[in-house]
Design a protein around this ligand. Structure first.
Ligand code: AVJ
Length: 323
């Protein structure tokens, strides 16, 4: 996403920017203040997230990749012949590549993401690496209802939603998302979904507040993005990163904490902060195998298989759509 002036100068639509602006203004004028974690991923944020996935403390990506690699054949057996594989929030498609290598029966791959550049770059490489695979990138916000490309309408479908991105949703939103995915994929479809697990708070806290400070930069980058795209004047020095496990609600919370009483301007509007007041920027819900299984069943999906890493840190569930 680019700033409004640049878009107007190039006669590009400002709709996406306006949605960001609306959400930011609503979140910063609410009490408590909050912002959606989906806005972390501008170009700089996507790079910082890549760095997070390589941190010693951030176990989810490594554990999920290990589960996928070790069980790729078993997971691939749940994907039907000549299927279309639909990935929700595909990013770099690194995990889908593991699945695609083990599932040569997949006829079409539909990566769904809001980042057009990443989608197109990845599509070029995937077509080169899998000449018989039809790659149909779809540039859209996968949390909103969308239509699949006509080419896959007659194919059996499997969904792929790795990374525990479902943890960013409130449990009731996770339920709506699963129902929405069920409508897109159709009755009888399989969904392969990565889910982070409840564990010792020390491990969780370290994973979201790393020693090198990369997660802090990732969190603060949201203010940099607001400054650039919405004409904000946040002073990054006067906010600090906070992340902690809320054991009652089974979630990591990330906040940006105002170090002092201050006034900030965003898109010409004054936003006041008390000393210590926070902007709640992310929840990352953690489940047990049982609580996630129950959520899936309550959303119309029957659990058919589950895999975890050796340490029991992360899980991949296979679900079948019963609705
Ligand atoms: C991409 C949502 C799975 O919750 O672990 C990483 C995002 N935030 N460090 C997560 C994130 C801080 C990540 N998800």
């Amino acid at each position: 996403m680019v700033n409004v002036q640049a878009r107007l100068a190039r006669h590009e639509p400002t709709v996406a920017v306006t949605q960001f602006a609306r959400d930011v203004m609503a979140g910063l004028t609410a009490r408590p203040k909050h912002l959606s974690p989906k806005y972390f991923y501008d170009a700089a944020g996507a790079k910082l997230f890549e760095q997070i996935t390589a941190l010693p403390e951030y176990y989810p990506t490594r554990c999920e990749l290990a589960i996928l690699s070790e069980n790729a054949a078993a997971i691939a057996r749940l994907v039907p012949e000549r299927a279309a594989l639909i990935e929700f929030g595909s990013g770099s498609s690194k995990k889908a590549r593991i699945l695609l290598a083990a599932a040569p029966q997949v006829a079409a791959y539909v990566p769904v993401d809001i980042s057009k550049e990443m989608l197109n770059d990845e599509a070029v490489e995937l077509r080169r690496d899998h000449p018989r695979l039809t790659v149909l990138p779809l540039e859209t916000d996968f949390t909103e209802p969308f239509q699949l490309p006509a080419e896959v309408a007659a194919m059996p479908r499997a969904g792929f939603f790795p990374g525990s991105t479902i943890g960013n949703f409130e449990p009731h939103e996770a339920c709506s998302f699963l129902r929405h995915a069920g409508r897109i994929l159709g009755r009888g479809a399989t969904l392969i979904i990565g889910v982070d697990l409840v564990k010792d708070a020390k491990i969780l806290n370290a994973a979201y507040d790393d020693a090198a400070g990369v997660t802090a930069k990732f969190n603060l980058n949201l203010l940099t993005r607001i400054n650039r795209e919405l004409g904000g004047n946040f002073d990054l020095e006067s906010f600090s990163h906070a992340a902690f496990y809320n054991s009652e609600r089974h979630r990591i919370e990330m906040h940006l904490v105002s170090k002092q009483r201050q006034k900030v301007e965003v898109a010409g509007r004054a936003i006041e902060f008390r000393a210590g007041e926070t902007i709640h920027t992310e929840n990352s819900y953690k489940y047990t195998l049982e609580t996630f299984g129950a959520l899936a069943r309550g959303s119309g999906w029957a659990p058919v298989a589950v895999w975890t890493d050796a340490g029991g840190n992360f899980s991949i569930h296979a679900l079948v759509n019963e609705l």
